[in-house]
Design a protein around this ligand. Sequence first.
Ligand SMILES: [Zn+2]
Ligand SMILES: [Zn+2]
Length: 355
Amino acid sequence: MDTTKRFRGITAPLWPIRYKPLPDELLSSWLVRLAHGHGLKVQTFCNLIFGNRLQVWNRDIDRLAPSWLVDTLALHTGTSLAAAYGTTLKVYDGILFHNPRPSGHLNWILSLKIYHRIREGFGQQFCPLCLAGDATPYFRKAWRLSLSTTCPWHRCMLRDRCHACGAAASFFRMDFGIEAGESDDETITVSRCHECTANLAAAPTMAPAVADADALEKLVEMASAVAGRSPPSQRVIDELAVLRHLCALMLSTRHSIALRQHLLAVHSLVDPIEPTAKRIPFESLDLATRHVLLQCGVWMLNDLGSRLGTAVRVGALRYNHLLRDFDGAPDWYRTMVGMAIPHRKGHPSRRLARA
Ligand SMILES: [Zn+2]
Ligand SMILES: [Zn+2]
């Protein structure tokens, strides 16, 4: 089919190819599949639909969920708006973060660090076995979460780069090097490395490193609850907020906070973070580091009152760190913090409020 014919089809109310989003599919993955389904390179497809003015690939469309893009895909594929917006990371508003800003840091959403299409971060994770098992390989929303380090189905570590060349996974770039006419929609899939064309679905898998078996189990449960079809319970949402706060405390560079060192020592683990490193947001840490810190954080959650008490007693943190910079801390957490500080037991809320 030549490009003129394809173009005619694409301006029709319903496109010739009307793929619907697959379960938990990311917007960018859906868009790439639609382009390839029409036998077009992603960039060509986007230029035909959106023109050159609206740039698709120099921004994190999964996070920003631009209405001009989502509404258009919904309209031309006959997909409900709810299902179309369900492909964006906005669905986690109120679950993983609150009142997202268009740019800057967002809790639990991995940073892609996009500079003019070149993704420098390793924020797009994947499970090779999920890709290998897909009739049509596609990328899931859960793989963009800093909370996700393992695949709950295959119980293996996720990957965040190509096993052959080490390039970050950025599936939208995979056909950028292919000349027009050269593309073959049967063979182009999102599971090829954009840099070396290695099949990411064939990447070797690793069993997760276990720092604490119970913590790892609960971590997988929490991540599964977030990725599930129905929204997680308020309890899970609250626990995620506390876990995220503990992760931030573990990364604090304040001299008075040594929570990470304390927790690593408890589990006889080596610090995965360079001692000279500047403070890095949790969402910019690499997969292996997050995997360790998350288990330490969930280990705290599993017996929060007593483990907070111990951490304060050994001087790993002070009581005021536990609520500082933690808007919307759950009531049960506030109560537990009060109880973890024996000499403040009488008036925890009054004293904590003052802190
Ligand atoms: Zn998997
Ligand atoms: Zn590669």
